[in-house]
Ligand binder design. Structure first.
Ligand code: PMP
Length: 390
């Protein structure tokens, strides 16, 4: 029977990791997979996480099952950070999920069970968004996320919403857009909140990089604006970047409603979907986050570590922007783009030439992981870009 399965394309980004690992050149540069790196090229465990893990090691006396909703102390501890300290807590409830991926999956499945037929989404987007929408069996309607000038394309979003039908969901990146780094400005979010409210579509906000753009509060601006304007919304959250927990798979799915009965039903449906998918989310990373957020000294330590990450990425962006113009590529916008990623308008041949001639590894889309650049390799990267595109 299994021989009848269709072959599947290899995951391009995972294949890139293998190619990079096999390259013997010591000067090679990995701008592929989306993890933060220090100026030394490492992806260390946060000190605050290590401290919380030590507490867990010393005090955790059971690993008995928690339930499909996971660690509710973790889920509730995040609420003031995501929704704001003054958010009406009766409007929101959540559950833990295996990473932001699990949270997006839960959100899309709950929307489908509530009768959603279509997801409106700006492209390019994180490739897994489209895969999840398709796996759940919903239709995807795309619009352009970015203008040719490299700004967020509000008109395309406006047109998509004007064309929306009842039962549509609009998927928005809360901050640090993957893969473009092009976020909506606060003034644009003000408009988006009104546009979404007027359209009647259900917003699904994916917040996977809070704190990596302008800070924890600033990065929640758009989400909070939209939630203040609409009666209902879904949120998919990831702690895998802002707590450096990647492989521990730490995320949360939230529903916001104006009706207690709808909120309870959203959670009950989320729980049955979780039960039939992974039964319960992995505990360890979420427990560590709960301990950090419940202790002011650990919270301050975590915020300091997050601030240092953001400062390093800002410095790299500033240096890239200083290159100004490389052939047809305007480097200046990279300075104001947000988060781990930006996209360079390179052809497939140029991306291959960067790999073969210079050992620079980046996704075929031209997406670069800003944190892959360090004081030690940024000049070489700019020189390589000049060689292939200048
Ligand atoms: N949403 C977006 C936009 C992402 O870029 C990612 C992953 N990089 C995720 C969700 C999921 O993150 P994870 O499952 O690793 O927590």
């Amino acid at each position: 029977m299994l021989e009848t399965l269709n072959a599947q394309p290899a995951d391009a980004l995972l294949a890139l990791i293998k190619l990079h690992n096999a390259d013997p050149r010591p000067t090679k540069i990995d701008l592929g997979v989306g993890v933060y790196r220090t100026g030394d090229g490492d992806t260390p465990v946060f000190g605050a996480i290590k401290a919380a893990e030590q507490i867990l090691l010393d005090t955790q006396n059971s690993k008995a099952y928690l339930g499909p909703e996971g660690d509710m102390g973790f889920v509730h501890a995040l609420i003031p950070y995501v929704f704001g300290s003054d958010f009406d807590r009766s409007r929101v409830e959540g559950m833990q999920a295996p990473g932001g991926t699990g949270a997006v999956r839960l959100a899309v499945e709950v929307a489908a069970r509530a009768g959603a037929k279509r997801i409106l989404m700006g492209t390019p987007s994180w490739p897994n968004h489209a895969q999840i929408v398709s796996a759940v069996g919903l239709e995807l309607k795309t619009f352009k996320h970015m203008t040719a000038e490299g700004t967020a394309d509000l008109e395309a979003l406006r047109a998509a919403l004007a064309d929306a039908a009842p039962g549509d969901v609009v998927l928005l990146h809360g901050c640090c857009h993957n893969p473009t780094g092009v976020d909506y400005t606060n003034a644009q979010w003000d408009e988006i909140a009104q546009m979404v409210a007027a359209s009647g579509v259900l917003p699904l906000i994916d917040l996977a990089y809070q704190g990596l753009g302008d800070g924890m509060e600033a990065d929640a601006y758009g989400l909070r604006k939209v939630l203040a304007a609409v009666p209902e919304a879904l949120v998919a959250y990831s702690c895998d970047k802002n707590f450096g927990l990647y492989r521990d798979r730490v995320g949360a799915f939230y529903a916001v409603t104006s009706d207690a009965d709808a909120l309870a039903k959203a959670m009950a449906n989320g729980a049955t979907i979780a039960r039939a998918s992974w039964s319960m989310p992995p505990d360890h990373g979420a427990a560590a986050v709960r301990l950090i957020l419940g202790d002011s000294a650990l919270t301050a330590q975590w915020i300091n570590e997050l601030t240092a990450m953001r400062a390093r990425m800002a410095e790299v962006r500033e240096r890239l922007a200083a290159a100004q113009q490389i052939g047809p590529i305007n480097m200046a916008p990279l300075g104001s783009q947000k988060g781990l990623f930006s996209m360079l308008p390179l052809s497939g041949e140029q991306i291959m030439a960067l790999r073969e001639r210079h050992g620079v590894y980046m996704a075929g889309s031209g997406r670069v992981n800003i944190a892959g650049l360090t004081t030690g390799n940024i000049e070489a990267f700019v020189a390589a870009l000049k060689d292939v595109a200048g």
